[in-house]
Design a protein around this ligand. Structure first.
Ligand code: BGC
Length: 767
């Protein structure tokens, strides 16, 4: 089908920003036609068939086991299942769809869900790495391509984006989101939703390559106490509204089709039973019209949470709270019919949930053509298609953050005769892909060693030495590492975490380098220094790491996260200067685990840290400052900021402000800079953060080029939740900061005049 190939090539060429430029039309999710159709089907359904639509079953082997569970086909025939999770493949999903649409009584098509988090078979950087690009158009584009590839394999629904704000890097799932900042989180959330669904506000749905998107995990899953996965969350309502909720709301505003509840409780109310979160906030305050799905087994977990005595009670709590689909543990399938028949659950609640499922199926066009996602030719065409691999390479390059580059150690010469590549991750394809790699195959990933080999060509000697295991203490390989250094002209150390040391159920009590890797690094760095050889550390990890000794001793450090299929190529491009890194940290790097939680947008306290005063907010044994601040990242060139200016020194509450700054490339090569704008409301009715990101832009500047970067910030940027939890703009003085990271900024002031402006009424009371 050459026309389809042409389409992806075109999509790749035109870039993501034009992807939204579709003719505006109504989302098929909310159209009157969808409702009518859902109503007409609902009238024909038995109670068991209705509950079947709310039942989502996992495939055998979940992630990569593309077969229905035992008895699954019989359940399709009898209308006892409405969607599957973890099943894919154009042919096999067609077979199952045929059973549903030919052999079941009402012929309702199935949905096929999968965690397409950062790619399906072509794998892009993990979301934390993509966030480091500070390039929402790039992130949208990766999601678009992932949707094109996944839908070609029969997938109709992804459980992404994960937008949980995370201030605690011990929590392994920090790797799946955009980091610690609510503004960056909102921008990335909306970009991903648009990308997956093929347009803004659900308008792209209906195309055969549009994927239903799910914002998760609602809400505040990233606030898990102690950074331990699945743990309870204790947050003030203010912090919840200010910091944790905005990215979910941004996804809703972008038209996300579905929302997934989170495993945690907030202050004793598990999200799967929270009428406040789903009813008062999501539906009433934000106007969400789509569907809510449980997390895996989340309804049944209301029992160990201690709010339900048995599955029957758990199901009642779930449906009453507003959970429409029960993922994987069949609580609804086993108990909801009895609850309806005994009057404990009104039938109307079940009906509304079923209508939402039917609307999704309608929105995807499945009633008109149930096999539109089952085309083996399309599957062959899009799998690892060249435009996808090219874009994945660019996404990987953009996510790389240069943390240190003393004496211009980098870039390395390309005419090296020999190089030692040392470390346990240098040749690890799974690590290149990272966690939640869907159908990604480690053998299809370019490792760092492979990337270096390719870049240097056959004439260079590339020696690979593991040196130490990833996470056990073992120094026996150090001698071999030292001798590799002795024989090489340059050294690259590849250190960090295995792919499964972050992600779900992968919390770490310490965020230092695991095993003997720190000692390996110091040994190798010392050996290289005594031989006067350049040595570079490449980090691969899914969280921020505490690496103070490396920062002290290593001349150059490159943060590469897990960048996907093209990991090694992108890293080699940076190491040898074919690409000038421009990513920035979406998370603060602490000096030690004990500093956590450490984030840039903290409140000032009554005793901000003061080196001259012991009775201020700090530690006896460590500085209070981070190792690297949020937004930090270097380049092979340098940038100078000047002429920070405002459209006016005073504005009336509600007006917008224009902020401009001149940024000059003062080095000798082209490079990218992420210009960042922060605000501080210095005196307000409640204590506000010392700085909050409100805008950013990634720009490319040629040597000696100066660019005026202009931001227009609206009323929302100046708002806060006042003591009555109203969203307001208060008059007073604001500091405007613009700079290269959250710490290194120039500043000026703007005065907001007039009366307090109420942007939104008080938030619904937590219950
Ligand atoms: C995770 C979700 C995921 C689901 C389905 C759960 O364990 O928390 O993020 O979408 O599994 O794979």
């Amino acid at each position: 089908m050459p026309s389809q190939l042409t389409r992806i090539v075109c999509v790749a060429a035109i870039g993501a920003s034009t992807l939204n430029a579709q003719t505006p039309r109504q989302s098929p999710l909310t159209s009157a036609r969808a409702s009518q159709l859902a109503d007409s089907i609902l009238r024909l359904m038995t109670l068991e068939e209705k509950i079947g639509q709310l039942n989502q079953l996992p495939g055998r082997g979940t992630q990569t086991g593309p077969r229905a569970p035992t008895g699954g086909e019989a359940m399709i025939r009898t209308g006892r299942v409405g969607s599957f999770l973890g099943i894919f493949g154009a042919d096999y999903t067609r077979e199952l769809q045929q059973i549903a649409t030919r052999e079941s009584r009402l012929r309702i098509p199935l949905l096929f869900g999968l965690d397409v988090i950062h790619g399906f078979r072509t794998i892009y950087p993990i979301p934390l790495g993509e966030a480091a690009s500070f390039d929402p158009a790039r992130v949208e584009f990766s999601a678009r391509q992932a949707a094109i590839e996944a839908t070609a394999h029969g997938i109709t629904w992804t459980f992404a984006p994960m937008v949980d704000i995370a201030r605690d890097p011990r929590w392994g799932r920090i790797s799946e989101g955009a980091g610690e900042d609510p503004y960056l989180g909102t921008v990335m959330a909306a970009a991903q939703v648009r990308g997956f669904q093929g347009g803004d506000k659900g308008t792209g749905l209906g195309a055969p390559d549009a994927l239903l998107s799910t914002v998760k995990h609602y809400a505040a899953y990233g606030g898990a106490e102690g950074g331990r996965d699945y743990n309870s969350v204790e947050l003030s309502e203010r912090t919840l509204w200010e910091t944790y909720l905005p990215p979910y709301q941004a996804a809703v505003n972008a038209g996300v089709a579905t929302v997934m509840a989170s495993f945690n409780d907030i202050g004793g109310i598990p999200a799967h039973s929270s009428e406040w979160l789903i009813g008062d906030v999501l539906r009433d305050r934000w106007g969400f019209k789509g569907l809510v799905i449980s997390d895996w087994g989340g309804i049944g977990e209301l029992i160990p949470h201690g709010v339900a005595a048995n599955k029957g009670d758990a199901g009642i709590l779930g449906i009453r709270a507003g959970i429409d689909i029960d993922m994987s543990d069949a609580v609804y399938a086993d108990s909801l019919a009895a609850a309806v028949r005994t009057g404990r659950v009104p039938l109307a609640l079940v009906d509304s949930a079923v209508k939402r499922v039917l609307r999704l199926k309608y929105a995807l066009g499945l009633f008109a053509d149930p096999y539109r996602f089952n085309d083996a030719a399309r599957e062959r065409l899009y799998t690892l298609a060249q435009p996808h691999l090219d874009a994945a390479l660019q996404a990987a390059r953009e996510g790389i953050v240069l943390l240190k580059n003393a004496n211009r150690t980098l870039p390395l010469r390309k005419n090296l005769g020999s190089i030692a590549v040392i470390g346990p991750l240098a040749d690890d394809g799974a690590a290149a892909l990272g966690n939640w790699a869907a159908d990604g195959r480690p053998e299809e990933a370019i490792t760092v060693s492979a990337g270096i080999r390719k870049a240097l060509g056959a004439s260079a000697r590339v020696v690979n030495v593991r040196g130490a295991p990833v996470d056990t203490v073992d120094t026996t390989g150090f001698a071999m590492a030292r001798s590799a250094v002795a024989d090489a002209e340059a050294v690259v150390l590849v250190l960090g975490e295995r792919h499964n040391m972050s992600g779900e159920a992968s919390s770490r009590a310490s965020v230092e380098l695991p095993g003997s890797q720190r000692d390996l690094a110091l040994t190798v760095i010392r050996a290289a220094a005594s031989g006067n050889k350049p040595v570079v550390v490449v980090l691969m990890n899914g969280r921020s790491l505490a690496i103070p000794e490396l920062v002290r001793d290593a001349p150059a450090i490159v943060e590469s996260w897990f960048l996907g299929n093209q990991h090694g190529r992108a890293v080699a491009d940076v190491l040898f200067g074919d690409y000038n890194p421009g990513g920035k940290l979406p998370v603060t790097f602490p000096r030690a685990t004990g500093q956590i939680q450490l984030y840039y947008n903290h409140r000032n306290t009554g005793r901000p840290a003061d080196p001259a005063n012991g009775y201020t907010s700090k530690y006896l044994d460590l500085p209070w400052t981070p190792l690297f601040p949020f937004g930090y990242g270097l380049s092979y060139t340098t940038f100078a900021y000047s002429s920070l200016r405002l459209s006016a020194p005073k504005i009336v509450a509600g007006d917008s402000l224009t902020v401009s700054v001149d940024v000059k490339n003062t080095g000798d090569r082209a490079g990218d800079e992420v210009v960042q704008l922060y605000l501080r409301d210095s005196v307000a009715s409640v204590a506000e953060p010392v700085k909050s990101l409100k805008a950013f832009r990634r720009v490319t500047l040629q040597p000696a080029e100066t660019r005026t970067v202009t931001f227009r910030i609206g009323a929302d940027a100046f708002s806060l939740y006042d003591r009555r939890m109203r969203k307001v703009v208060e008059p007073g003085m604001f500091t405007v900061f613009v700079g290269t990271n959250s710490d290194d900024v120039a500043s000026t002031h703007v005065q907001i005049t007039g009366d307090t402006l109420v942007l939104a009424p008080a938030t619904p009371r937590f219950r």
